[in-house]
Structure formats: structure tokens, C-alpha cells
Write a new protein. Structure first.
Lengths: 184, 140
């Protein structure tokens, strides 16, 4: 899959319209899902995705590694979400949470996201859980589940470091675990 | 049972039509104009070649050859004509000039009307009424 995407990115660099169409088809729904869950507004989410695609076409030359196209694209979208929050004076929502628990012993970024299965009755609660999370934790969890990005990739996308990502992921997964245990 | 990814995609699947429209709009507006113009022109020429020229290549080649011959003859003729005009010295006066001009007229006439113009210049024989059919004898 990654090799296929890389091959398509190579063609897109040459200006192949069909290649760009393939790339956008591949990422439009995951990107929109991510942006919407952060921004919570349909039209603004569509605008951000459109601006992200436009930026990708105009600035593909700045991407050094074709294999990182996906994380690069999500990074652009993430920055646009942050800019939107700044314009809306909601910057405080994306600041570091007040309490950060120590994670030296419990640091666990393991677990294949695709192996986590939720029953139908848990779906709605999962979505509610996302809504309740602070945007920094929500962003990390979304990137983990939607595109199965690695710790380092999430750090690049969100403009933070691996330690911060670990902390946020720990907090988010703990909340999710409580949800699942509650239903059992 | 579904993964969180599937749950999220299912939630936002209804927006896919709008995403598709947006994607097409971005591609239409953001691909380099030169690239699009080049592709459009190339496609048009390619279609023209396929539908117009390729089915009758020999005919088009023959027509092109005929036009080349005509063009070459025209060029040669113009060169001869201009050289004839140039060869007549401006200092020639009197009979010599008149003869040179006459020759040029004949040459131009020959080019325009083809060879055999001298016969056309000769007075044609116009049959006259027969002397046996004079008014006096006709009445008889």
C-alpha cells in the first residue's frame, strides 16, 4: 500500500492529473473525518480539506520523502485546524492539558488499532468519547485510529515531540478503556 | 463489530459527494495551465490526425506532392520573370528597348496562356461569301 502510494506520488510530481486524482480519492475521507472531529463544522471542514489539497498541489516540491506523503498531508490539515482555532480565539483549547500523568511505567503505544473492535452499542459512545476529549488528545487518538500513524509521525503532524504524543495517547486510551470495560 | 476507523468513515460517508465535487474542482483549477493547455492542444491534434488524415494518408500525400510541384514551378517561373526584367538594361533605348519589351510581352503571354499563342495572334481566316453567290446570280 505504501509502495503504491509512493509510486503515485512520483507521477503526481510530474503533473499527472490522474495520479493527483488517485491520491485525493485515497485521502479525502480520512482527512475530512480527522478535520471534522477536530473542528466540528461541516463547511469549515470541507474548506480546510480543499485548502489542504490546494497546498499539496502547489507545494509538493517541498516534500522530500514520497513515502511520507500521508503524514505530510495530515500535517498541513492539522496546521489549518490550529489556524482556524486561533482565528476563533479558541487557542486555549489546544494548549497543553492541566494535568499530565507520569507515563514512564505505563507508556504503552502498543496495540494494533485495527484489532480494536467495538460493538454496535459502543459506537455511539465512542463518538461521544471523542467529543469529550480535549482537542490535543482527540487529535492523537484520531491519527492513531484513522491512518495508524506511528508515534513519530503523529509527533511530526501535530508539531510536538514523541513524549507529548505518548502522554496524550495514554490519557485518551485510558478513557477508551474505561468505556469498554464499562460496557462489559 | 467495527473498528474505530470504520465507525468514523461510516459517520462521514454522507459527505462524500461534496468531497468528490471539491476534489474535481481543485484538480481543474490547480493543475498548471500550461500543462492543461498542452494536453488539450495535443489531444485535439491527435483526434484530428486519427479522424481526418490517417484514413486517407495516400490521398493527402498525393495532394501535398502536387502542391509542392506547383509551388516549385511558381518559384522557378517567378525567378525567370524577375531575371528577364533585370537583364534588360535601363540604358537601352530606341529599337533595342522596344524589342526587349516585345520579347517580355510575348514571354508573359506565353506563361499566362500557354504555348501556341503565336497562332492565336495570327489573323484567322474569315471565310467570305462565295462569289458564285453574288446577289445578282442568287436571284436567278
Amino acid at each position: 500500500m505504501a509502495d503504491q502510494t509512493t509510486a503515485i506520488v512520483v507521477k503526481a510530481r510530474a503533473g499527472d492529473a490522474a495520479a493527483w486524482d488517485q491520491l485525493f480519492r485515497r485521502y479525502q475521507l480520512p482527512l475530512y473525518s480527522y478535520v471534522y472531529e477536530l473542528v466540528r463544522h461541516e463547511q469549515e471542514s470541507l474548506d480546510i480539506v480543499q485548502e489542504t489539497f490546494i497546498n499539496a498541489v502547489r507545494h509538493l516540491g517541498s516534500l522530500r520523502d514520497d513515502q511520507k506523503f500521508g503524514s505530510w498531508l495530515f500535517g498541513i490539515a492539522h496546521q489549518k485546524c490550529v489556524q482556524l482555532w486561533r482565528r476563533q480565539n479558541r487557542r486555549r483549547l489546544f494548549e497543553e492539558p492541566q494535568e499530565e500523568e507520569a507515563i514512564e511505567q505505563e507508556a504503552s503505544f502498543d496495540g494494533d488499532p485495527s484489532e480494536l473492535l467495538l460493538r454496535k452499542e459502543q459506537e455511539e459512545q465512542f463518538l461521544q468519547l471523542l467529543e469529550q476529549l480535549e482537542p490535543p488528545h482527540r487529535a492523537v487518538l484520531l491519527l492513531h485510529f484513522i491512518e495508524e500513524f506511528s508515534l513519530e509521525q503523529i509527533a511530526e503532524i501535530t508539531g510536538t515531540n514523541a513524549g507529548t504524543v505518548k502522554s496524550r495517547m495514554h490519557y485518551a486510551k485510558r478513557a477508551l478503556r474505561k468505556l469498554l470495560e464499562k460496557e462489559q | 463489530m467495527k473498528t474505530p476507523r470504520e465507525i468514523l468513515f461510516q459517520k462521514h460517508r454522507a459527505t462524500e459527494d461534496k468531497l468528490n465535487a471539491m476534489r474535481k474542482e481543485v484538480l481543474m483549477t490547480e493543475l498548471p495551465p500550461a500543462e492543461k493547455a498542452h494536453l488539450t492542444l495535443f489531444n485535439s491534434l491527435h483526434q484530428l490526425w486519427i479522424h481526418l488524415f490517417q484514413p486517407s494518408r495516400r490521398i493527402w500525400a498525393g495532394l501535398a506532392a502536387v502542391w509542392l510541384v506547383i509551388l516549385a514551378a511558381n518559384v522557378v517561373t517567378q525567378e525567370e520573370t524577375s531575371s528577364n526584367y533585370v537583364s534588360v538594361p535601363a540604358q537601352k533605348q530606341g529599337p533595342e528597348l522596344h524589342m526587349a519589351l516585345q520579347e517580355q510581352r510575348e514571354l508573359v503571354a506565353e506563361l499566362i496562356h500557354g504555348p501556341g499563342r503565336e497562332e492565336a495572334d495570327r489573323p484567322h481566316y474569315v471565310p467570305r461569301p462565295s462569289s458564285r453567290r453574288s446577289p445578282e446570280t442568287r436571284c436567278a
